[in-house]
Design a protein around this ligand. Structure first.
Ligand code: ADP
Ligand code: ZN
Ligand code: ZN
Length: 741
């Protein structure tokens, strides 16, 4: 972290603070005037003046001398007790060091938004919207002529009350609320902010553990640190293992932390955990919560009231005073890596946190990341496997359907359509996986070759037919759909390629007797919406589910017996060296949705290149063998995880500036450590998506045989770049980068 100049300029009680500014150092202040220094504890927040602004800083330590001259006093102490205990501070300082991140930004990222803004760390009042007596008397079908009002009415009929902040996140506008108020159907009341209620729990008796589960549980000692990869087939009962480990530490009065991918925290998961531990309090931490709710959950976790903490990525930075075990579900998921700001990997931090706290960490996946697999194969992590599906489910059969010379109907081969029809006719369910939302990924003029591009990104616009729009999936630029070519005025405009919307139209027409449920970001704005959308599928009726990777995870749908993967080829030919790994994970996860109940499953994979060796290996030998082969390839190519890799990134509206900056960064680094077989430089090269939201993006890649060589070099290049004065250029260091885009 900061390099202090040895010369002491000022003496007395001095506060060393993490201030949320993009500088990699702490700042010294005098205590607020009139404050008794005995009230100061590291981990408290203070208001401080900084460059003409007032910021929320965190006290990292109290020192007695400072090298800085003319210290200013902090304005005000916010907290009477520390928000971050010493364990949490140790982790945050580690993050700042390892990821070369500004320490003040790390502390800020660890706080929920409300506390980051300086709100008091206690229960504050919230406005709640509730139904009047008249409103309560209405049926859910009322107000059919005003669909927005009806949606709000239905939500209130189900939930009773909803907070103002929550309603905002759900897209209910003030105008809609006012309309219901004018009809005297709803009213505002003021009440405390509370974490959102857990979904109703139906207590279920735990199953008898099978022998593989027993072996795993016997191999994890909860009294000290250990890191374990649990490589278990989908449906092998990993979640049951997590529940048993939780049970063990809860019995000792300790807390359990479960990290899940962004789309893995479904109401279904929460229900399952709540049903197992009805007497324990659970705090959920994810982006779907309103600000006040999130702060409440965070405080419940950090003050030790919550026994079980379930959260997405940023939950790893929550202080947990009684931590007993760290569990990471679907550890391979890309959402565990933060892609901007403080670019940490929550999965890697899970191991650091467990080691710091001397507790076990379990990384679970059916398709482990190559990073974790590497650590397991070289003995740094314990490696446990579960090969059998739990209960009576059997593994699915997988077949490739070649599509190169087939007469396809909107991207589906006749054979696949026939299988879908037969499966539905048997009263079973079908899941169709399509990697792209929207109607078509490009719109093109047949006469002059014009293609609808995003004006701000180096990408094409996706056609969304129902909304009659063209949208950029990178920057969210939208424009109305056109019927004539803007270049040559021809009317022969056609949509190229397929997306979920286009497939939905075909399937709904072909299988008109069955419900077709489309699940993607356009149909599902919240986790609750997804849960509702999937309700018919859970009821077990024959239906056709169709969607993007949102469908690949976390949903237990026992009556799905046929899974169709419309196109397996995308990831096999990408410029990103991680693409085959991701494709393999996705295919295996999607295939794992088949035959989860007592019915056996079948998977049909459409491909234009059925002979592709990677695809062959994946389908014949499974992800485990496939991943081990990829690991050998990576070692030969000197890529992660056998080598450490960091990117120095820069982006700017003026491409030449970004390139020049990176060119100089590389020269600077090379002057410190010349290129060698142990440490190599590449670039500046354009990012895979070269232009995004109007800015050109480049990076320099540095790979090294080990991290110890990389760290000091990155620290120096950050110090060099901080003195760069070009305000229109953004730069970052991305340690263990996951995306080259
Ligand atoms: P995973 O997390 O590995 O995908 P789950 O823990 O969700 O697997 O288990 C898959 C299904 O098998 C769930 O319905 C679960 O209730 C059931 N299950 C898990 N363990 C057992 C067991 N020992 N006996 C019977 N059923 C089990
Ligand atoms: Zn044209
Ligand atoms: Zn764009």
């Amino acid at each position: 972290m900061q390099q202090t100049v040895p010369k002491t300029v000022q003496q007395g009680v001095i506060l060393r603070l993490a201030v949320p500014v993009p500088l990699r150092r702490l700042f010294d202040y005098l205590p607020p005037e009139g404050l008794n220094p005995a009230e100061l504890k590291p981990g408290q927040r203070l208001w401080v003046p900084f460059a003409g602004r007032k910021l929320v800083a965190v006290l990292v330590k109290v020192v007695l001398e400072s090298p800085q001259a003319q210290l200013k006093p902090a304005q005000e102490l916010i907290d009477s007790k520390a928000l971050f205990d010493s364990g949490a501070r140790k982790l945050l300082n580690w993050i700042a060091d390892y990821y070369q991140a500004p320490v003040g930004e790390v502390y800020a990222a660890a706080l929920p938004a409300a506390l980051r803004k300086g709100k008091p760390a206690d229960h504050w009042a919230e406005q709640w919207l509730q139904l009047t007596t008249e409103g309560k008397g209405l049926p859910e079908s009322a107000l059919a002529r005003a669909p927005k009002q009806q949606a709000l009415l239905q939500q209130l009929l189900r939930a009773g009350q909803q907070s103002r902040t929550y309603l905002k996140t759900q897209g209910h506008t003030p105008a809609v609320i006012r309309a219901l108020q004018e009809r005297q159907l709803v009213e505002w009341v003021s009440g405390p902010t509370v974490p959102p209620p857990m979904p109703a729990a139906e207590a279920t008796p735990p199953p008898q553990l099978n022998s593989e589960q027993q072996q795993v549980l016997a191999a994890v000692d909860c009294s000290c640190f250990s890191a374990t990869l649990l490589e278990g087939t989908t449906g092998s009962g990993k979640t049951e293992v997590y529940l048993r480990l939780m049970e063990r530490v809860l019995a000792e009065g300790r807390q359990a932390l479960l990290l899940v991918p962004e789309i893995g925290l479904t109401p279904q998961t929460l229900r399952r955990i709540a049903a197992r531990f009805p007497e324990h309090s659970i705090a959920a931490l994810h982006s779907g919560l309103a600000e006040g709710e999130r702060a409440q959950s965070w405080l419940a976790a950090s003050e030790g009231q919550a026994d079980i903490v379930i959260g997405t990525r940023s939950a790893i930075m929550t202080p947990l005073p009684r931590l007993g075990v760290v569990l990471v579900d679907e550890e391979h998921d890309a959402s565990f890596k933060q892609q901007d700001g403080v670019r940490y990997s929550a999965r890697d931090l899970a191991v650091v946190l467990a080691r710091n706290s001397d507790v076990p960490v379990l990384l679970g996946s059916a398709t482990p990341s190559l990073e974790t697999l590497h650590n397991a194969l070289n003995g740094r992590y314990q490696h446990l496997r579960m090969r059998q599906r739990a209960g009576d489910a059997r593994p699915p059969q997988i077949h490739v359907v070649p599509t190169l010379r087939e007469p396809l109907e909107e991207g589906f081969s006749p054979q696949v359509l026939r299988h879908i029809g037969e499966t539905l006719a048997r009263g079973e369910q079908v899941l169709v996986f399509i990697n792209r939302r929207g109607f078509a990924p490009a719109l093109n003029c047949d006469d002059c070759g014009w293609i609808a591009d995003c004006p701000h990104c180096s990408s094409k616009l996706t056609m969304h037919r129902r909304q009659r729009q063209l949208r950029c999936h990178h920057c969210d630029y939208r424009r109305p759909l056109v019927d004539t070519c803007p270049q040559c005025h021809s009317r022969s405009i056609s949509a190229l390629g397929g997306g979920t919307e286009r497939s939905e139209e075909l399937l709904a027409r072909r299988f008109a007797d069955y419900p077709v449920i489309r699940v993607d970001r356009d149909t599902t704005t919240s986790k609750q919406a997804l849960d509702r959308l999937l309700a018919p599928a859970r009821d077990g009726e024959p239906c056709l589910l169709l969607g993007t990777q949102m469908l690949a995870k976390g949903h237990h749908l026992p009556r799905v017996t046929l899974v169709v993967i419309q196109d397996a080829d995308g990831g096999l030919f990408s410029a990103d060296f991680r693409a085959p790994e991701r494709t393999g994970q996705l295919l295996e996860q999607v295939a794992g949705r088949a035959g989860r109940g007592s019915l056996s499953g079948r998977v049909l994979v459409q491909s234009r290149f059925p002979e592709h060796p990677l695809l062959q290996m994946l389908l014949e030998k499974g992800y485990g063998t496939f991943a081990r082969q990829l690991l050998r390839d990576r070692a030969v190519a000197q890529l992660p995880p056998t080598h450490a890799m960091a990117l120095v990134r820069a982006e700017c509206e003026e491409p030449a500036w970004a390139e020049e900056f990176l060119h100089n960064a590389r020269l600077f680094m090379q002057s410190l450590v010349p290129p060698s077989p142990q440490l190599q430089y590449l670039g500046p090269v354009p990012a895979l998506l070269e232009r995004k939201s109007g800015r050109y993006r480049f990076y320099v890649q540095v790979t090294a045989q080990n991290r110890a060589q990389l760290q000091p070099l990155l620290a120096r290049v950050c110090a060099w770049a901080e003195s760069n004065k070009n305000r229109r250029l953004r730069w970052a260091v991305d340690m263990d980068a996951q995306e080259l885009s």
